[in-house]
Design a protein around this ligand. Structure first.
Ligand SMILES: Cc1cc2nc3c(=O)[nH]c(=O)nc-3n(C[C@H](O)[C@H](O)[C@H](O)COP(=O)(O)O)c2cc1C
Ligand SMILES: [Fe+2]
Ligand SMILES: [Fe+2]
Length: 398
């Protein structure tokens, strides 16, 4: 059931959270049975109220209802737009429809989107680069961190409470039971990693730069308040460490993540032999099988692959090329594993002739991953192929 949560998270700071269990495929792409939240924040400053971000357009009426419980929307003097994407600005027209005198704080890149999409007419206060100002008696710092999703993305730091409002970064899928993150909740952390890879994987390097930028500013951050998922309270070194590790695809253990497609069992048999060869070398393996009886969520494979020390992909030839489902997976890898320097091996089977191996190799090289081998075979593995692949992987991951 879609519902909202209004919660005081600090003196004069309210979280307004929409719990969305209706969206099945975020961005029309990512399967989220765990749901998602959109978080806005209402700051009660000495001179008036400031709203940080809003919700998706679908929930405009609910946002107005939630705001109506805690304020008169006409009292909102500023709306800070950290990110112009419609999951955070869709309800902006509804808010500004009531808060007619409110000024919108945004950078030039964000303003362009808002004007084009919403025919924004309110006065705009431009913030570029890193800029501090007294806003209605609150000391606020706006930090442009481009490409932590879109070109305009920025963080807002509130000096009095030590809160860093980060919009998508440090966000997560899922609907946490309380307002804050439980750092021991493994399911939440996996969902957060899934969010980072699927939504922001293409911009990994920029996530790392944004974290470095935050470090370099020496802010006294005691809370990270993203616009999806839970709020990180207290010591924020842990979220900084986690998001850095996820964005950097740091291996979590000596392990291999394997994904394969098999229509009639040739690849399945090969995958199973490679699985055994790796296991016998003491390497943990997780396997994702795409067959005529299962099509698992590829998002889960992407998380496994992000955590692994090496990746194995295996596909049959189909209509002279790569099987369509592996083609899709390779496209995901090309986008979301850009610049990830992990070792990868590929296995391609065929019946009479194939261009698939060249295609696989081209895509994997484009990601920047370290291609250890692209082994091909006709219907059954040749003697020694499985152990060769396993040796190469063991050698590469040490
Ligand atoms: C629908 C279909 C299309 C195929 N297209 C090709 C092809 O274009 N070229 C080729 O060499 N083999 C082709 N093959 C043969 C498979 O690539 C080969 O049998 C492979 O080993 C099957 O692996 P699997 O048993 O794991 O599904 C095709 C097989 C099927 C079922
Ligand atoms: Fe976004
Ligand atoms: Fe978002």
């Amino acid at each position: 059931m879609v519902k909202y949560l209004v919660k005081d998270i600090d003196e004069g700071v309210k979280l307004l959270r929409l719990d969305d269990d209706r969206t099945r495929f975020f961005e029309a792409a990512w399967h989220i049975p765990e749901g998602i939240t959109y978080n806005a924040y209402l700051i009660d400053a000495p001179g008036g109220q400031i709203l940080v971000d809003t919700w998706k357009a679908t929930y405009s009426d609910l946002l107005m209802e939630a705001l109506g419980e805690v304020t008169r929307p006409g009292r909102i003097k500023y709306v800070i737009v950290n990110h112009a994407e419609p999951d955070h600005t869709g309800s902006l027209p509804a808010v500004l429809g009531e808060a007619r005198e409110a000024k919108v704080i945004v950078n030039a890149a964000g303003e362009k989107v808002l004007r084009a999409k919403y025919r924004l007419r309110n006065e705009v206060v431009h913030v570029e680069g890193t800029r501090s100002m007294d806003l209605l008696g609150e000391e606020m710092t706006f930090i442009h961190v481009p490409w932590v999703h879109w070109p305009e993305t920025m963080f807002t730091y509130q000096g009095r409470t030590g809160t860093l409002y980060t919009c998508d970064v440090f966000g997560s899928f899922s609907i946490p039971p309380g307002h804050s993150v439980d750092p021991g909740d493994a399911r939440y952390l996996r969902s957060a990693e899934k969010y980072l890879i699927t939504v922001m994987g293409y911009y990994r390097k920029h996530v790392l730069s944004a974290i470095e930028r935050i470090d370099s500013l020496g802010l006294r951050i005691s809370r990270i308040a993203p616009s999806h998922g839970g709020v990180w309270e207290g010591d924020v070194r842990e979220p900084l460490r986690l998001y850095r590790a996820w964005a950097g695809a740091e291996p979590r253990s000596r392990s291999v993540s394997m994904a394969y497609v098999s229509m009639y069992g040739s690849i399945e048999a090969a995958a199973s032999r490679i699985f055994n060869e790796l296991s016998s070398r003491g390497i943990g393996v997780s396997a994702t099988a795409i067959t005529d009886s299962e099509y698992p969520d590829l998002e889960e494979f992407l998380v496994d692959a992000n955590d692994a020390s090496a990746i194995v992909l295996a596909t049959p030839t189909y209509d002279t090329g790569v099987h369509p489902r592996m083609k899709f997976l390779l496209e995901l890898m090309r986008e979301k594993f850009r610049g990830v320097e992990k070792p990868v091996a590929a296995i391609v089977s065929y019946g009479w002739g194939s261009n698939a191996a060249r295609y696989v190799e081209t895509v994997l090289r484009e990601t920047g991953m370290k291609v250890l081998a692209v082994e091909t075979f006709r219907e059954s593995l040749e003697e020694g192929q499985a152990s060769r692949v396993a040796d190469l992987i063991a050698g590469a991951i040490g």
